[in-house]
Design a protein around this ligand. Structure first.
Ligand SMILES: Nc1nc2c(ncn2[C@@H]2O[C@H](COP(=O)(O)OP(=O)(O)OP(=O)(O)O)[C@@H](O)[C@H]2O)c(=O)[nH]1
Ligand SMILES: [Mg+2]
Length: 319
């Protein structure tokens, strides 16, 4: 684990321990599960970058995976939904020689295709084709959710019909607010739109993403059918895999968001019952855990919720 990510995880763990059972499990369960994921991922190959193709049924995740890989590996179809189990395309053997097996076991991806590295596909790239997140089949959603929570880079594949669906925006993208660096939105099936229409849908998609809290997320048009835009997407994925920063970025952003939520919960509690909480040492303990004593004053001023959304709560700004 990079020191920064490890330090962030340790600090959040210390803050949760300091809070003890003063915070309800509804607040602490998600950050604790996140800490587990971060630490598990840290023990797995750092040479591999996991890129998930997520989205609604029929948007073209499997078709785009095939287009990116330049081979017919994932089953596509007109029957909906088509993909019931995720599959992985593992590119080459990275320089460090890390074994992707344990990583794929952790992801619970049993279907694996190995392809040779090439100019557009760097060794160490792992492309995942996910089942549909809006599925009528509950297991599909669960399998997709597991991977959305664990992938390093999330490529959301949308189509002209479904790009504005609440299942995507309310169900997923809002929960990823602030993770602009690790979210890419691809408007697939762009061949079904004229140029003006395509630009209008792209602009609308970018506007919706900004409203979801992802103003800097990359948005691009593609067609798995004609190949338009596939090179641009492959390039973006290639750069992410070559830099090997996506794991740190993804989980770093998750830790920051989790810390903000915990801080916000403390602030809410503190401003409602300031004496009880401050006297009982929770805030002092959190501040000590975070190494930022000014937190006590900050909470007393009840500035937490106002400041939290924009600059982060003082004790967790270090995250
Ligand atoms: N016109 C057009 N059709 C496409 C494109 N991409 C995929 N399709 C078609 O859309 C249908 C669904 O494609 P899939 O790749 O199976 O979609 P999926 O997102 O993997 O769907 P699930 O596995 O059910 O979640 C297939 O009939 C594809 O041939 C595209 O860019 N343009
Ligand atoms: Mg599919």
């Amino acid at each position: 684990m990079s020191p920064t990510l490890a330090q962030r995880a340790d600090a959040l763990a210390a803050a949760l321990d300091a809070a003890g059972d003063r915070l309800p499990s509804t607040v602490t369960d998600a950050p604790r599960a996140l800490l587990t994921r971060v630490r598990e991922r840290a023990g797995l190959s750092a040479e591999h970058t996991v890129v998930a193709l997520a989205g609604a049924t029929g948007s073209g995740k499997s078709s785009l995976l095939n287009a990116l890989a330049g081979a017919d590996l994932a089953g596509t179809g007109v029957r909906r939904p088509t993909t019931s189990h995720p599959s992985a395309v593992v590119v080459g053997s990275p320089p460090g020689g890390g074994d992707p097996g344990p990583l794929l076991d952790w992801l619970e991806v049993a279907r694996r295709h190995a392809v040779a590295a090439g100019p557009g596909l760097p060794a160490g790239l792992v492309l995942l084709d996910l089942p549909d997140h809006d599925s009528v089949v509950v297991e599909h959603r669960e399998r997709a959710d597991r991977l959305v929570a664990r992938a390093d880079l999330l490529v959301w594949v949308v189509d002209p019909q479904k790009y504005a669906d609440a299942a995507l925006h309310e169900g997923y993208l809002r929960g990823l607010a602030g993770r602009d660096d690790v979210v890419v939105l691809v408007l697939n099936q762009a061949d079904r739109l004229g140029p003006a229409e395509r630009d209008a849908v792209l602009a609308d998609l970018a506007r919706l993403a900004a409203a979801d809290g992802l103003p800097r997320a990359r948005v691009l048009a593609a067609s798995a059918r004609t190949g338009d835009g596939v090179d641009a997407l492959r390039d973006l994925v290639r750069v992410a895999a070559e830099r090997r920063e996506s794991t740190t970025r993804r989980f770093g952003a998750d830790l920051r968001a989790a810390a903000r939520e915990v801080a916000d919960a403390c602030g809410t509690t503190a401003s409602r019952r300031p004496r009880a909480v401050v006297a009982d040492g929770l805030v002092d303990a959190l501040a000590a855990a975070a190494g930022v004593p000014t937190v006590v004053d900050a909470v007393r001023r009840s500035a937490v919720r106002r400041a939290g959304a924009h600059i982060g709560w003082p004790p967790v700004r270090w995250l």
